[in-house]
Design a protein around this ligand. Structure first.
Ligand SMILES: Cc1ncc(COP(=O)(O)O)c(C=O)c1O
Length: 332
């Protein structure tokens, strides 16, 4: 009798060992890191205006390659996407009391980045299909203190960026994107994250492609790009010697990416397409197998965004793709 029970209910486990950990690193990454170590130059950054203000060889090449891939003017690496979020909020000049509208359904750094500058994250609701910020709810949360909308492209989906852009333009707000979880997702043919004033991606261990820790900011705006670079690298130490007259009061930090991570990132970027494809194939198989089962709703909502998933596939699928249909599960 025991055998007829689900493991969850005390029956025998069909799978007794953990799934093997997926390793996206290959010999190419090992070689690239070894070359950096042999060179002895593990970081090319120095805080101060000059040659080393923008980092070392691998950082610069990685940024150039990322900018080409994503079709943006500037790609700026950082040592985590949390650092990127903090830099992004600082670059648009958020200060005490300014409000930034964010979705509550995200990783906490989206909201805490606003607090770091004394700003107030204001939560707008998410919409039920994509789990991304709901433009209608954004409209309702705009006040005289609102300075920006920070949209999150969650679970490989793109926010409704075109609608958000209309709202931002109508109210004179900045539009920012946290695309940590959706590198390569598209909305109406455009890569999500690239359509905001500043967007960016996480390269932490759990993402589609990774460098252990890391992140990349993207923007087409020269002034914002310069501010991001200043915040990344102790801006206050550089502004005076830079000769810049239109930028003052920049407080920066050390958000700089190391050469080893950048070298790995250059190779990982070449694998982005195949990593996305791999996940899409797996999701197709799971959807085909699950969609006919009573009690499940498979969320096949790829009409505005290309579906892609981060490495903890099953976790995210259980959270974002397959919903338990309460009505029909009662008959199970
Ligand atoms: C939506 C979102 N925002 C921000 C972050 C923070 O990124 P990082 O871990 O690279 O600092 C994450 C990481 O999981 C994320 O998923």
């Amino acid at each position: 009798m025991e055998n007829n029970k689900l493991a969850l209910l005390g029956g025998h486990k069909a799978v007794t060992e953990d799934f093997p950990i997926y390793n996206a690193m290959g010999e190419e990454e090992v070689e690239a890191v070894a070359a950096v170590i042999r060179s002895g130059e593990l970081s090319g950054f120095l805080a101060g205006w000059g040659d080393k203000f923008e980092g070392g060889k691998n950082v610069k090449l990685f940024e150039e390659e990322w900018a080409n891939y994503f079709g943006v003017k500037h790609a700026i690496t950082v040592n985590s996407w949390t650092s990127g979020l903090v830099a992004m909020v600082g670059a648009i000049g958020i200060g005490p009391g300014d409000e930034v509208i964010v979705p509550p359904w995200t990783m906490c750094a989206t909201a805490t980045a606003v607090l770091m500058w004394g700003g107030i994250p204001v939560f707008a609701d998410i919409e039920p299909d994509l789990f991304c910020i709901d433009p209608q709810s954004v409209r309702k949360n705009i006040t005289s203190k609102t300075k920006a909308i920070l949209a999150v492209d969650i679970f490989g989906q793109s926010s409704d960026i075109n609608e958000l852009r209309k709202i931002a333009n109508a109210h004179g707000l900045f539009l920012l994107s946290d695309t940590a979880q959706a590198p390569g997702a598209k909305i109406q043919g455009e890569l999500t994250g690239t359509l905001s004033d500043i967007g960016g991606f996480s390269l932490n261990y759990h993402k589609h492609i990774h460098t252990g820790e890391g992140g990349v900011l993207v923007t087409n705006d020269d002034t914002l790009a310069l501010k991001l670079k200043l915040i990344r690298n102790h801006g206050e130490a550089s502004v005076a010697s830079s000769g810049l007259e239109d930028i003052t009061n920049i407080v920066g930090g050390n958000y700089r990416l190391g050469e080893m991570e950048a070298a790995i990132g250059r190779i990982q970027l070449k694998k982005l397409q195949s990593e996305l494809q791999l996940r899409e194939n797996i999701v197709d198989i799971l959807f085909d197998g699950l969609s006919s089962l009573p009690g499940f709703i498979c969320r096949r909502y790829v009409t505005i965004a290309r579906t892609c998933f981060i490495r903890s596939l099953f976790y995210w699928i259980s959270k974002s793709l397959v919903l338990i249909d309460k009505k029909s599960s009662m008959h199970l």
